[in-house]
Design a protein around this ligand. Structure first.
Ligand code: ATP
Ligand code: MG
Length: 255
């Protein structure tokens, strides 16, 4: 880390990349996770590497949805655990959402390694690992159909950072409210989720924690109004327009 000088134009991006590499060294991040991260980085470039106005609206709606849920669950994969373990645990604490490890590449020890990272960050309970992780979502064909019968199986709302489209689709099919965190506004996940936060997971998580804290004492009616006024298709459109306008400007003036 120390070898990244602060004045390097991509210093923050390189630091984040380093967390993914460390995660891989700890068996937390899968090889495919490296590639997924690179795809995210490319979209972050297009967004200007900052949390946009439409992302902030989605964060507010996500906070309202979490607070209105009876049984929210945060689905944790290798990349999200490597990037923001403390914020994930904090979000679980402030929103009352359960933490469940759910990964595509189930190599030996990976579930446990992710659980350990969350516990080091202060998690008291981590689902998805061990004997209660024997529920199944038949709509998913891969090993990711395995979910915890105390977690995603009975959840009404699931937050899925850095997720694959098949799983998002399956979760929607079985009636879950899905909140996605995805830098690519065009991914199937982004397009299929109920609420899509098009932002870097690293920037979005602390903001989401703060928003949940802020709305915690709001009335049910206020929270419902936030959700009623929210239109995910419109928000995704705003993100695309923002990228278009940014590129138009850059095409004239340069970066
Ligand atoms: P989909 O299956 O939804 O169509 P995909 O196949 O293009 O998406 P996946 O590898 O399945 O991509 O999912 C990873 C997603 O996570 C990508 O859309 C990528 O942009 C996004 N992503 C990667 N890193 C981050 C990050 N740090 N923050 C937010 N999103 C990220
Ligand atoms: Mg995919």
């Amino acid at each position: 880390m120390s070898e990244i000088p602060n004045n390097h134009p991509r210093a923050e991006s390189l630091r984040i990349r380093h967390r993914i590499i460390e995660g891989m060294d700890r068996n937390v991040v899968a090889k495919a996770g490296l590639i997924a991260h690179g795809r995210g980085e490319a979209f972050d470039y297009l967004l200007g590497e900052e949390t946009t106005a439409p992302a902030k609206k989605a964060i507010k709606a996500a906070a309202a949805a979490l607070l209105l849920s009876n049984y929210p669950v945060i689905s944790v994969n290798g990349n999200s655990a490597a990037l923001t373990p403390k914020e994930i645990v904090k979000l679980s604490e402030v929103s009352g959402a359960k933490l469940e490890v759910n990964i595509f590449y189930r190599s030996p020890g990976r579930l446990e390694a992710i659980k350990e990272v969350l516990e080091e960050a202060g998690a008291k309970e981590v689902l998805g690992v061990g004997e209660t992780a024997d529920g199944e979502i038949p709509e998913i064909s891969s090993v990711r159909r395995v979910v915890d019968r105390r977690g995603i199986l009975i959840a009404d709302t699931v937050i899925v950072p850095i997720e694959d489209g098949d799983r998002t689709q399956a979760l929607r099919k079985i009636g879950k409210t899905v909140i996605a965190v995805d830098l690519n506004p065009l991914s199937r996940t982004s397009q299929l989720a109920n609420i899509t936060i098009v932002d870097n997971h690293v920037r979005c998580m602390p903001l989401l924690v703060e928003e949940v804290k802020k709305l915690k004492n709001a009335s049910k009616e206020e929270l419902k109004k936030i959700l009623d006024d929210y239109d995910n298709q419109k928000i995704l459109g705003e993100v695309l327009e923002l990228i278009r306008d940014r590129l138009t400007e850059i095409s004239k003036k340069g970066v």
